[in-house]
Design a protein around this ligand. Structure first.
Ligand code: CS2
Length: 484
């Protein structure tokens, strides 16, 4: 079904110069893939503009369309902010308003690649089995309404179905979220979803669609009034779509694009055969340390990552965690983990970047498995190294309990920002001591790997750190950890 009117015309004229449809046009996409595609087209041309889709929000879509989808990226350098205008996006669509233009675009042979940044919780794929989670709200909705999907997998499968029905080559699907083996996981989930509505479609996808994995990296705090003020000062333009980010950026991509791709290497992307080891390193060393800083930092009132890193004990804890994480991985050709860790430390310290620990602390049940549980599982006989992983999990436990049952005068109870907040709240109906807190939340169904769950050293290590956090606070727990 085609839509009508001026937005249809805008979409049709955008399609004439576009090759990518991107789902999830938050700050990270605008700081990352949009910038690489801009550089690729500046160097090598090509009809690779991006049609941006937001699954939930409408404001960013309206803001972008009102300014021809150009926006400002502020890079926060030590010597001051630098502004870049990015013009690689051609049109934006709010799927929550109407999903049909998204499906129209996906059916158009101009779209050769679909890239995705929707955050971990939007996938609805079980990490262990690779099957879809039938109780995930978007999956449930989309299985019942495959022609009017609202979630990621439903939209991808509807788009691929229209390509199959019309005899058009499928688009390549590229997850750019912080998930281990993100391409393989997405392939498995999309195929499973498709099989549930039409087994032949599932087979066609499995045989014909390419899902390269990627590792994406650029620290991008949420925009604030300071972002908009700097954008205005540097460009002279009001820009509600402006974002700010660090100078560093990295994109490692599996080079498997049967329908072609932009010359992303012109923007510095690294094309490789197997991304998974790079992704593992980044998830464990960068994101794992981030989560440690976020939960311990929230408990100790460190508002920004840079504040935690400015405290000597906290910085030592982070260094210890990076070392412990590096010890969980096989060597990676051409990479020195210690050097990588030193570079991460510099990035975390960057005084120009105001990255809130509260932002990173969100969605813990989605993030901890790949950042903390998986590496901890790779340390079975190494109890000394287990400590920082145990501390991170203990800090998450104390953090969610504190949100539901605040301890400071004047604080009000609130639900943790987490897709499993309802279940967590039910389990923590009354405040728990260290053992009760651990036992209740470690048993969230389908969450902690059995190997870890059944390891008595892990339970003991978490509970002892949790006791310290609950009775003496974050700084005492940090001091204990670095003294171990
Ligand atoms: C962070 C990431 O919010 C988080 O969970 O750990 O967004 C992190 O900043 C990026 O992965 C850096 O590339």
């Amino acid at each position: 079904m085609k839509q009508s009117g001026s937005s249809d015309m805008a979409l049709q004229s955008a399609l004439a110069k576009s090759g990518i449809l991107h789902i999830g046009i938050g700050a990270f996409h605008r700081a990352h893939q949009a910038v690489y595609t801009d550089a690729a087209m500046a160097a090598k041309g090509g009809d690779w503009h991006i049609i941006g889709v937001s699954l939930r929000s409408t404001d960013i879509v309206d803001a972008l369309n009102a300014q021809d989808c150009a926006f400002t990226v502020i890079e926060r350098h030590a010597q001051g902010p630098e502004a870049h205008r990015i013009t690689s996006m051609s049109h934006a669509i709010a799927a929550a308003r109407d999903v049909m233009p998204v499906l129209d675009a996906l059916a158009d042979p101009a779209i050769r690649i679909v890239t995705i940044t929707v955050t971990e919780k939007a996938y609805g794929i079980d990490r262990q089995s690779g099957k879809i989670q039938n109780d995930h709200p978007a999956i449930r909705h989309d299985l019942e309404n495959p022609d009017r999907p609202s979630g990621l997998l439903g939209i991808l499968v509807a788009g691929l179905k229209s390509r199959k029905d019309a005899g058009i080559a499928p688009f390549t699907v590229v997850s750019c979220d912080n998930l281990p083996a993100n391409g393989k996981l997405l392939r498995s989930g999309v195929t499973d979803f498709a099989r549930q509505i039409d087994p032949a479609l599932g087979d066609w996808i499995s045989e014909n669609v390419s899902f390269p994995s990627t590792m994406v990296d650029r620290i991008t705090p949420a925009s604030t009034a300071a972002t908009y003020a700097d954008a205005k000062a540097l460009t002279g333009m009001d820009d509600p779509a402006a974002i700010e980010t660090e100078p560093f950026s990295q994109w490692v991509i599996e080079d498997d694009f049967p329908n072609g791709r932009p010359a992303w290497e012109e923007g510095g992307a690294i094309l490789v055969e197997d991304v998974d080891p790079y992704e593992g390193m980044k998830l464990r060393m960068l994101n794992g340390s981030h989560s440690l800083i976020a939960y311990v930092g929230q408990l100790g009132r460190y508002r920004y990552v840079r504040d935690a890193m400015a405290n000597d004990n906290f910085a030592s804890l982070v260094a210890q965690h990076m070392e412990n994480s590096a010890a969980t991985m096989p060597p990676l050709a051409g990479i020195d983990f210690a050097q990588y860790g030193a570079e991460l430390t510099e990035r975390f310290r960057n005084p120009e970047i105001a990255h809130e620990t509260r932002q990173i602390a969100m969605d813990g049940t989605e993030k901890l498995p790949q950042r903390i549980f998986a590496p901890a599982c790779d340390l079975p006989g190494d109890r000394e190294r287990l400590g920082t992983f145990a501390l991170c999990f203990a800090a998450w436990l104390a953090f969610v309990q504190k949100q539901i049952h605040p301890t400071e005068p004047g604080e009000t109870s609130r639900l943790p920002d987490d897709p499993r907040a309802g279940e967590i709240k039910e389990l923590l109906d009354i405040p728990q001591g260290a053992e009760g807190l651990y036992d209740r939340l470690a048993n969230l169904p389908g969450w902690m790997p059995t190997q870890l769950h059944d390891n008595p050293h892990w339970r003991k290590a978490v509970i002892s750190r949790l006791s310290t956090l609950l009775s003496h606070g974050a700084d005492a727990a940090i001091a204990d950890e670095i003294a171990q």
